[in-house]
Design a protein around this ligand. Structure first.
Ligand code: GLU
Length: 468
């Protein structure tokens, strides 16, 4: 069996967006799971709209998603010699011809066709004129005048196009630049692409491309057109629905594996399974189960899935991912063992890495003052001074301040004061973290360590004495 070769060919006219990333992912998964090749091609023939910043943004997003390519990146702007060679082939075989009709003349033809209730199209006037190359001539493809072109789509099934609706489309403009449908076909043929999975916004191009394959006597690839991604209101996903750029999700603290898990589920299913690791996707993904209906992007679902992925990750993996977010907050990340301990306490309670970084604030500050106003008002009152003092004494007497060894100290204070655990833990929590929401109190004490715990308990007592 020939090995699978797929491609992802973004146009660098903006960042990599959610829909594009999903297309890249499907092609990547399919190539990888078949030990095939995944090729990256930058479609930068539109020199006005293509920018280096967009190229960089695409690389950055692919890198974040860990979608590595086996060949490329190829740039269409560097392949014009090849396109010229293939144009010449079409001219030589009589499958293309020069046309000198002006844009105004073509416009009149289009309007005429529309007036007759037909699709707007060029009327084939220069088709048999045998014109030679002149300055303002375009090259048109000689489309068949009858019959049908069938797109055998692995997702949508057969889609039949009437050739009478297809005009002799331009393959090279008068300025010598080849057109989109033509260069895609030349590239796909010469790169050996045998599987084309792309958004269904391209489905109208496919019959044109099939005709070009046939004229160039090349084998057709397998085509699959994936339905668009929609927003919650069922309109095509756009900026109105939130961030479109893939890297914005990185910056919001989503894990790449969670993001690709979510992307894949926006168009593919495996029973009702929602959570997939990358390895599982590589094992289970298939073209057969790509859905016919559009996926709806739902940020809440992505966030829930991200929390699941955070929970499933190891502390070491998470520490690596959260490090840039800690740095951004100005935390000192030099001590990795400390960072891992911090992450260990926040592991199951953060939905995003941003949330984790926010939750780690008290671990990286010398003091937690100023306290959260409401928390201090409610829990740092004169009546808790004996609790804090007594607990400090008892904790200080424990040689090895581990999670387990602290329990006795708390129990003793509870007995002494005749209070339940909550009544003691909450003021201690505010004293140690500045707020009422945090990881478990024993975990915090162990990670903060004796010196900081003592200093913070003392500071809270002082705070109460000076303000209360
Ligand atoms: N460059 C096209 C795009 O960004 C992709 C074309 C294709 O997949 O054939 O939409």
């Amino acid at each position: 069996m020939e090995s699978i070769i797929t491609r992802f060919p973004p146009s660098p006219t903006g960042y990599l967006h959610v829909g594009g990333a999903r297309t890249a992912l499907f092609n990547w998964l399919y190539a990888k799971q078949n030990n095939g090749k995944f090729i990256l091609r930058i479609e930068d023939t539109d020199t006005v709209r293509s920018t280096q910043a967009s190229v960089d943004a695409i690389f950055e997003a692919m890198e974040w998603l860990e979608l590595d390519w086996d060949e490329g990146p190829f740039f269409q702007s560097q392949r014009f010699d090849l396109y010229r060679e293939y144009l010449q082939r079409l001219l030589n075989s009589g499958d293309a011809y020069y046309c000198t009709c002006t844009p105004e003349e073509v416009d009149v033809m289009r309007k005429k066709a529309m007036a007759l209730g037909e699709k707007p199209k060029y009327d084939g006037r220069c088709r048999e004129r045998g014109l030679l190359k002149t300055d303002n001539a375009v090259i048109r493809f000689k489309s068949p005048l009858k019959g049908t072109t069938v797109v055998e789509d692995v997702i949508k099934g057969n889609i039949v196009f009437q050739n009478t609706e297809q005009d002799d489309f331009v393959v090279c403009r008068s300025d010598g630049t080849p057109t989109y449908n033509f260069v895609v076909v030349v590239d796909d043929i010469t790169m050996g692409i045998n599987t084309v999975i792309r958004g269904d916004d391209h489905v109208m191009n496919t019959p044109k491309q099939i005709l070009l394959y046939r004229a160039l006597k090349a084998k057709l690839p397998v085509f699959g057109h994936v339905p668009m991604v929609l927003g919650k209101d069922k309109t095509r996903l756009s900026k109105r629905h939130g961030a479109m750029s893939v890297t914005a999700y990185r910056d919001m603290g989503y894990l790449p594996d969670a993001f690709i898990n979510y992307l894949v589920r926006l168009g593919w299913s495996h029973g009702d399974q929602e959570f997939f690791t990358r390895e599982e996707l590589l094992e289970k993904f298939n073209l057969k189960n790509i859905g016919k209906s559009a996926g709806v992007f739902d940020l809440d679902k992505l966030t829930a899935l991200n929390a699941d992925h955070i929970r499933a990750a190891t502390v070491t993996q998470l520490a690596l991912k959260v490090r840039p977010f800690f740095k951004e907050k100005g935390y000192d990340v030099a001590r990795n063992d400390y960072l891992e301990k911090v992450v260990g306490t926040l592991h199951t309670r953060s939905k995003t890495l941003v949330e984790m970084a926010e939750g780690a604030h008290f671990y990286y500050r010398d003091t937690v003052e100023p306290y959260d106003e409401k928390a201090a008002k409610k829990f740092l009152k004169p009546s808790v001074v004996p609790i804090l003092t007594s607990l400090a004494e008892k904790l200080d007497a424990i040689p090895d301040l581990k999670e387990k060894t602290q329990e006795g100290a708390f129990k003793k204070v509870m007995e002494e004061m005749g209070l339940g655990f909550g009544k003691i833990a909450q003021p201690v929590r505010v004293a140690l973290t500045g707020t009422t929401v945090s990881p478990g109190i024993f975990e915090i004490i162990e990670v903060l360590g004796r010196d900081r715990v003592m200093a913070r308990l003392r500071a809270a007592v002082e705070f109460i004495e000076t303000t209360g």
